[in-house]
Design a protein around this ligand. Structure first.
Ligand SMILES: C[S@@+](CC[C@H](N)C(=O)[O-])C[C@H]1O[C@@H](n2cnc3c(N)ncnc32)[C@H](O)[C@@H]1O
Ligand code: SF4
Length: 383
């Protein structure tokens, strides 16, 4: 049974606008205590996964955690009224969480979902149960070649996942959800990228995200495309993939690769209700702690999604969120960000380094907004 939303659409729009204005003010004033609240939330009821992908670190899942339905509701009540988007994963597989309960909370607080899944537990029926709140369904699918896919995504069944993607694409063609396939660039799959884009177009996918491999497992260097394949060749492969995407009408995104590609191929642009709020800030560390929180199933609140994050900010199951958000740890982190005296994790963050590099290396299409690359923008947003 679907519950009634806790607020009207007009009320939600007003809350979001007000929160964004507060955020700009917090940033301009370089305040340590903030009036605004985060609007992008990662939250799941457990941190489990059913696969053992070769490039993914199991560290985050070493201690299995889970959250009760009551705790989930208590948390949502505090953080969802001002949120625009929720991703139901915290380093595991979201379809192992209680997705129905999370969807229900998103419906209640008019929050849109960005689901990042390995696709192995996905089917049409599950998609239909969330279709009214999901805006982007991101399926991590590293190769269209069965042997390579199953070698990377240990435990997954290629035919089952491809079948689910096809089914969901058919339904999403009617409802406007963006179906995105992503691939981590490894030495084993990078050369097939142009055919991968063709394959995605054939089965009805709208977007591709090319992910640079983060080095979080011991033998990462041997697996990574970068360092094992000449960079000129990778550039050439990317250019070919981009041509295929342009021809076939797919969006293609790529970050952290030194040469950034963002090609939007309308009409299938992302359909978030508040794109301007999200776009103005997203992907621009050290901005992430300004608008994002990750809440682990044990209640821990983290300021960014990286496994090497600048520390736990508090526990929402032990304190009201307000006390965490404006507590000592957050105030210290904001001071570090405003003064440029970064915590080691922020200083070495690949995203931050990337956005500086992108200033010089912008290949193809539009880099999102070069104006924001400099970290000074962190407190120079004007009303
Ligand atoms: C950690 S997973 C969690 C969600 C879900 N289990 C999945 O695989 O989609 C989130 C994303 O990180 C990507 N990923 C995993 N290992 C990575 C690595 N070493 N570098 C970059 N991205 C990675 C996955 O492909 C996926 O798109
Ligand atoms: S990438 Fe996703 S599916 Fe693969 S092991 Fe990591 S969390 Fe699990």
């Amino acid at each position: 049974m679907k519950h009634k939303p806790a607020m009207s659409r007009e009320e939600k729009d007003a809350v979001i606008r007000d929160n964004f204005i507060k955020l700009r003010r917090d940033l301009q004033r370089q305040a340590l205590k903030w009036e605004s609240r985060p609007f992008a939330i990662d939250l799941a009821t457990n941190n489990l996964c059913n696969l053992r992908c070769i490039m993914c670190s199991p560290n985050e899942r070493q201690m299995p955690q889970s959250m009760s339905g009551e705790d989930l509701k208590r948390i949502c009540e505090q953080v969802l009224p001002t949120a625009t988007v929720l991703a139901p994963s915290v380093g595991g597989e979201p379809f192992l969480s209680d997705m129905d309960m999370i969807v229900e909370q998103c419906r209640k607080y008019l929050v849109e979902m960005n689901v990042i899944t390995n696709g192995t537990l996905l089917n049409l029926e599950k998609y239909k149960r969330m279709q009214d709140v999901v805006r982007v369904l991101h399926i991590s699918f590293d190769s269209h070649i069965k042997e390579i896919y199953e070698r990377i995504r240990v435990g997954a069944n290629y035919e089952q996942v491809v079948g689910a993607i096809r089914d969901v694409c058919g339904e999403a063609a009617k409802d406007g959800t963006e179906i995105l396939l992503s691939a981590v660039m490894l030495k084993d799959n990078v050369r097939h990228l142009p055919e991968y884009v063709n394959f995605a177009a054939d089965i009805g996918v709208h977007s591709i995200e090319i992910q640079k491999m983060l080095h979080t497992v011991p033998d990462a260097e041997q697996m990574d495309a970068f360092g094992n394949i000449p960079e000129d060749e990778i550039r050439d492969i990317y250019a070919k993939a981009l041509d295929v995407a342009a021809r076939r009408g797919l969006n293609i995104y790529s970050y952290l690769c030194g040469f950034e590609i963002v090609l939007h191929n309308p009409p299938r642009a992302q359909k978030y209700r508040y794109p301007e709020v999200y776009e103005a800030l997203k992907d621009r560390p050290p901005m992430m702690p300004a608008y994002y929180v990750r809440i682990n199933p044990d209640g821990q609140v983290l300021p960014c999604c990286m496994s090497d994050h600048p520390g736990v900010m508090g526990n929402i199951l032990e304190q009201p969120f307000e006390k965490v958000w404006n507590g000592k740890a957050y105030r210290r982190l904001r001071k570090q960000l405003f003064t440029g005296k970064f915590h080691r994790a922020c200083r070495d963050c690949e995203w931050r380094i990337h956005f500086k590099a992108a200033k010089i290396e912008k290949a193809y299409a539009e880099v999102r907004n070069p104006k924001h690359i400099d970290r000074l923008e962190f407190y120079e947003i004007s009303e």
